[in-house]
Design a protein. Sequence first.
Length: 372
Amino acid sequence: MITLSRMFIHPVKSMRGTSVSHALVQPDGLANDRRFMLTDVNGHFMTARQFPEMVLFDALTIPQGLFIQAPDGSQGVVRFEEFSPADAETEVWGNVFTASIAPQAINHWLSQFFSQPVQLRWTGHDTQRRIKRLPSVPLSFADGYPFLLINQRSFHDLQNRCPAGIRIEQFRPNLVVTGAEAWEEDSWSVLRIGDVTFEVTKPCSRCVLTTVSTEHGRRHPGNEPMKTLTGFRQAADDSGDVDFGINLIARNSGVIRCGDSVSILSHKPARPYRVTPTPSTQPQVEGNGEEIEICWQQTTFCGNTQQILLEQLEAAGISIPYSCRAGSCGCCRMTLVSGEVTALNRAAQNGDTILSCSCIPRSAVVVKPVDG
């Protein structure tokens, strides 16, 4: 018998989640899940992919609004009525919509914990965002879909394969089920939890966020568990997707509770995955962190030989497309015109084409868009 064993909500995107015993299922996700988010001053979303320390912030919704506790113990409260009208242009993964901005006082307090000014944003009581591929379905600040389900036995299988200690919270699920065989969820199409019916939209493609420790707010130095997942959960097509868990949309609303039975109403063919051996050692990074020149198109700035190229470009104010930040998806692909880099995985360099999220400069480099 398959049952719903755990549920999590994440009031602020990328901040620490909260385990709950029951929750209201709404079209745009569990009530209070990812209704708030940090952005830069231009409305571009911020996550623990770039700022791992975000997972150390506690956030709780309260009747009047939102409570946040920072890692240093300081606290802030913002009321719904204090947010600006919901007309500020906001962006998540290229999806542009409008949201509300918190007052300056709370934004100033939060900004002191980051290397740049930040803004806290709220979806409003009625989110303006919609799923890209399903424009009739509303969406909070979640990456792409309202619900993420993980099969506990699949997680245990990954735990057994992975040399690093991992926690299920690193995968930021909403729903965790027990009683199913490992990876059985790959073939699910429609399921019912309690009285709510869900449709499986796609497997969940994972990223570098899974490598961030929820206890320490730091990435795993060996890129685990992404390194292990890539060895047996990378899609057999050319997408580069490394999957774990499934994304869902809800066909109706209702309250679900831990302990509710889960019924699988229909199945579909499982996505095929390739199995590849993973290297036992991490490539050695050469250099002592000396300063070098990095040139991107017409912009040249001072970089170093110790930091990932993508992060150095972002620190210089250059916006580079990315998704997984783990060397799988290929979104940050660019052309290495001159210079040398250390590729952190085998897919990170193919001739003069490199993945900037998984390469560290060894010398001065000149890079440009692949089609530039």
